[in-house]
Design a protein around this ligand. Structure first.
Ligand code: HSE
Length: 319
């Protein structure tokens, strides 16, 4: 190990942006921090109460992915002292596991110093672990990521975030495991639905790339996952189709849910109306929810001095 101690900050992410199932994701200004250093004996600490209940032994995901990086790099696997602090709610569709994977891999990689793996290899390993790139991609690179994963290679393009884009995440007060939300999806789809999603996802990527935000209303429609997940996320469908009448540019289920993500114009005078509409729709189903307004994160994973710090430190192991 050439580095003694590192600290990384990783953004949350919203995957699937509508029809971009397993393909298009966006990084959000809500963060996870991980500090890591080699130690005599492994010790994992959580700062704050967000991570209560997660393992603090060697079954911890951050510890496990760190070990994977040492193994791939062919170096002796060290005991580690790890401290973690998070703003990202767990199992709500905001990429908390992906952020943990990226943090563990990037921190361990930085400890390797000159033996560090290239950033694109970290992206490939993280994608392989999740089996989809639309959370880990934004968490690594920031911004909006369009990515294709074929089971062994991942290719991506980062889009500039349109400057007027503001994001509202409405996080309902119930948890939904990704595995459960994936298991309710069909194995096969009709050609009609496949074409529907190809056309809408293409329109979405192009609308975001060109800043043609008026197209989001139609471009964010989906037939691969939202119609099936609507059954376990009461309120999703009315919001999906009516939120644009309350000031949204477009709406998507965030990742596998249950959070709903709405895009709005930064200068819109209807942001409160939009927030009230989505919160009240959940309330009509007896579900409480929190509204969080954010800007997209454009940096991705960065090195910082300490937990909860936002001051970026230049570190050339993140090539
Ligand atoms: N693309 C993934 C899914 C995101 O919808 O299942 C959740 O991890």
């Amino acid at each position: 190990m050439t580095q003694k101690k590192v600290c990384v900050r990783v953004p949350a992410s919203s995957a699937n942006l509508g029809p971009g199932f397993d393909t298009i994701g966006i990084a959000l200004e809500m963060y996870l921090w991980v500090e890591m250093e080699p130690a005599e004996k492994t010790e994992i600490n959580f700062v704050g109460d967000r991570l209560q209940g997660l393992p603090t032994d060697k079954t911890n995901l951050i510890f496990q992915v760190a070990q994977q990086i040492f193994q791939v790099a062919g170096v002796e696997i060290p005991e580690l002292k790890i401290s973690v602090c998070s703003e990202i709610p767990l199992t709500r569709g905001l990429g908390s596991s992906a952020s943990a994977i990226v943090a563990g891999m990037v921190a361990a990689n930085a400890l390797l110093g000159e033996k560090a793996l290239p950033k694109l290899e970290i992206f490939r390993l993280a994608t392989a672990l999740e089996d989809h790139p639309d959370n880990v991609g934004p968490s690594i690179f920031g911004g909006i990521i369009v990515a294709a994963w074929d089971g062994s290679e991942v290719h991506h393009i980062q889009l500039n975030v349109p400057s007027d884009l503001k994001v509202l995440a409405v996080v309902p007060h119930f948890q939904l495991a990704t595995e459960v939300a994936r298991n309710i999806l069909p194995i096969q789809y009709s050609r009609k639905d496949a074409v529907y999603n190809i056309s809408h996802a293409s329109l979405l990527a192009t609308a975001l790339a060109t800043g043609d935000l008026d197209k989001l209303k139609y471009a964010m429609r989906d037939r691969l996952h939202e119609p099936y997940r609507e059954r376990i996320i009461p309120g999703l469908y009315p919001v999906k189709f009516d939120a644009t009448d309350h000031g949204a540019l477009g709406v998507a289920l965030s990742g596998a849910g249950p959070t709903i993500l709405a895009f709005a114009d930064r200068n819109s005078g209807r942001k409160q109306e939009l927030e009230n509409y989505i919160i009240n729709t959940f309330r009509n189903h007896s579900i409480g929810a929190d509204a969080i307004w954010m800007s997209p994160d454009t940096r991705g994973v960065v090195f910082v001095k300490a937990l909860q710090d936002h001051t970026e430190v230049v570190n050339d192991t993140l090539r």
